[in-house]
Design a protein around this ligand. Structure first.
Ligand code: ADE
Ligand code: ZN
Length: 326
């Protein structure tokens, strides 16, 4: 109970959150009706029942389908605002959220419609909830690097509003090397860089994210633990890992929550953080993730505080703003 109280009141930053993955079944259903989009479900309960995944691709198939209900600027505002209210309830003080422009532009939704709606909600969240933010566009790695370049070009007129680039979607068969050029270009443009690596993919993909993409964070990174030299390198560089325990469980990256690598990573000296990934699909927001691992691994109060501290020092905030949160 005191552990729950600590988690409930601890200030934290969320660094690995796909805004489209915060689309709750109730909102999915409501937006389908509002926009006249046909979905193959009779109710929000039926939608939730379909969220049973045996790997990343299983989930992605449903996640991209769900995006179809997001059509207008107001839809993206409503989606983002609902997430921010949940985040505020979890005492989240800073968010660095991902969105997948290609998941929308390929359906004929303008890049600006998506960006305007998400950003308007983030600004309202800063004013009304006191949550600061950064915004990260993710390239879909199952698409080509040429496609990623086209997305980066769409972001170009909005560089004051976009802070970083990431890499997500189907990992196996789509190594970071495939995106070395577009990440180099993004870095030249002054954008922060991060990439999903080592979720399902091998340690080699984590090496590539570091060497070829020159990322500032690794999203997930679970499979780095298979490579002791890689672990030593991540520790030495103070590299932040954005781990997502309930996501790992629901996507069968781990077989049970007790197998979460969070305590092992802390023991190894890795800079691990706790995040929700796609909370509407994986059964919990950030505090649910903290509670699940804290209970399963019997995390100490010091460990819990360290995880929250890492979330600020691993953020893209300038040092002075990181310190202000600690
Ligand atoms: N897109 C949304 N969530 C993702 C995840 N956990 N891994 C890869 N791509 C994603
Ligand atoms: Zn993710």
């Amino acid at each position: 109970p005191s552990r729950d109280a600590l988690i409930a009141r601890l200030p934290k930053a969320e660094l690995h959150l796909h805004i489209e993955g915060s689309l709750e079944p109730e909102m999915l259903f409501a937006l389908a009706q509002r926009n006249g989009v046909a979905i193959p479900f009779a109710s929000a309960e039926a939608v939730r029942a379909a969220y049973d995944f045996s790997n990343l691709q299983d989930f992605l198939d449903i996640y991209y389908q769900g995006m179809a209900v997001l059509q207008t600027e107001q839809d993206f505002y409503d989606l983002t605002w609902a997430y921010l209210e949940r985040a505020a309830a979890d005492t989240v003080r800073h968010v660095e959220i991902f969105f997948d422009p290609q998941g929308h532009t390929e359906r004929g939704i303008a890049f600006e419609t998506v960006l305007d709606g998400i950003e308007r909600a983030l600004q309202a969240g800063e004013e009304r909830l006191g949550i600061s933010y950064r915004l990260i566009i993710c390239f879909l790695r199952h698409l080509s690097e040429e496609d990623a370049f086209a997305t980066l070009a769409q972001a170009m007129p909005h560089l004051a509003r976009i802070h970083g680039v990431g890499l997500d979607s189907s990992e196996l068969g789509h190594p970071p090397a495939k995106f070395a050029q577009v990440f180099a270009r993004a870095r030249e443009m002054g954008l922060h860089v991060t990439a999903h690596a080592g979720e399902e993919g091998p340690p080699e993909y984590v090496h590539e994210a570091l060497d070829l993409l020159q990322v500032e964070r690794i999203d997930h990174g679970n499979r780095a633990l298979e490579d002791p030299a890689l672990v030593a390198r991540l520790v030495g560089e103070g590299m932040t890992l954005t781990v997502c325990p309930l996501s790992n469980l629901r996507l069968c990256v781990i077989d049970r929550i007790e197998s979460s690598p969070v305590q092992r990573m802390l023991d190894l000296g890795l800079k691990v953080t706790i995040n929700a990934d796609d909370p509407a699909y994986f059964g919990g927001y950030v505090n649910d993730n903290f509670r699940a691992v804290a209970d399963a691994l019997d995390l100490s109060p010091d460990a819990i505080v360290r995880l929250a501290e890492n979330s600020f020092t691993g953020s893209f905030l300038p040092m002075a703003d990181q310190i202000a949160h600690l």
